[in-house]
Design a protein around this ligand. Structure first.
Ligand SMILES: CC(C)(COP(=O)(O)OP(=O)(O)OC[C@H]1O[C@@H](n2cnc3c(N)ncnc32)[C@H](O)[C@@H]1OP(=O)(O)O)[C@@H](O)C(=O)NCCC(=O)NCCS
Length: 185
């Protein structure tokens, strides 16, 4: 049994994640981790940790075009800690934050090749929207979402009162999580 704690992301966590995220994905993705996601949009970004080790994170924010929507930019879990419910708990905490702020819908995207991500989003009740039906993968795809011939699977899920306070992990709502080890005891 792994003792996992979830807390708001700090700048130290952000730097750590940026260094390790390519290894977690198995391909270069660190360019997606822009500093603005921490500095300007950071309040709905969380990390999961085990002891002093960061083992997962979520980066999300309220949409500006439609403030009733929340958007998840990135989620990642250390390969050694997958299929333990860590990403699900990060999502559930994010859902709760978004509902408390008045959001009624959450969106996320992934590449059509990312089967794990597609399964993961399905497990949390997301459906896909897009112009083309990919029967092989059982998803709608938006063929030019990220540019000409650069498709993405777009996930949407309604949010409501049932999404409040569903995560299992501990959560420290303070900005300073330097005392992480203490909180585990
Ligand atoms: C996708 C990812 C975030 C899932 O994290 P996780 O902590 O392992 O997910 P969870 O344990 O919460 O999984 C919840 C459910 O999602 C589904 N799921 C997750 N990963 C899956 C996989 N590889 N294959 C099939 N189903 C999967 C399962 O239904 C799972 O429930 P179960 O384990 O009881 O069967 C993780 O695989 C990851 O970090 N991948 C690399 C980064 C990435 O692709 N991020 C998404 C795009 S930004």
């Amino acid at each position: 049994m792994v003792d996992v704690r979830i807390a708001r992301m700090t700048i130290g966590d952000y730097r750590f994640i940026k260094e390790h995220v390519d290894d977690w994905w198995g391909r270069p993705v660190r360019q997606l981790l822009l500093p603005l996601f921490f500095h300007q949009l950071g309040r709905w970004s969380y990390v999961a940790s085990c002891g002093s080790e960061v083992i997962g994170f979520i980066l999300g924010f309220r949409a500006q075009r439609n403030p009733l929507e929340a958007y998840i930019h990135m989620v990642g879990v250390h390969p050694r800690y997958r299929r333990m419910g860590i990403a699900s708990n990060l999502y559930l905490l994010f859902f709760s934050s978004a509902v408390l702020a008045g959001c009624g819908l959450v969106k996320a995207i992934t590449t059509p090749a990312n089967q794990a991500s597609i399964f993961f989003h399905r497990s949390l009740g997301f459906r896909t929207v897009g112009a083309i039906w990919d029967a092989g993968k059982n998803v709608f795809v938006e063929p030019h979402y990220a540019g000409q011939d650069d498709p993405r699977v777009v996930f949407v899920r309604p949010l409501g009162a049932n999404d409040l306070f569903k995560w299992d992990g501990l959560f420290n709502d303070g900005e300073d999580v330097s005392g992480r080890e203490e909180c585990l005891s």
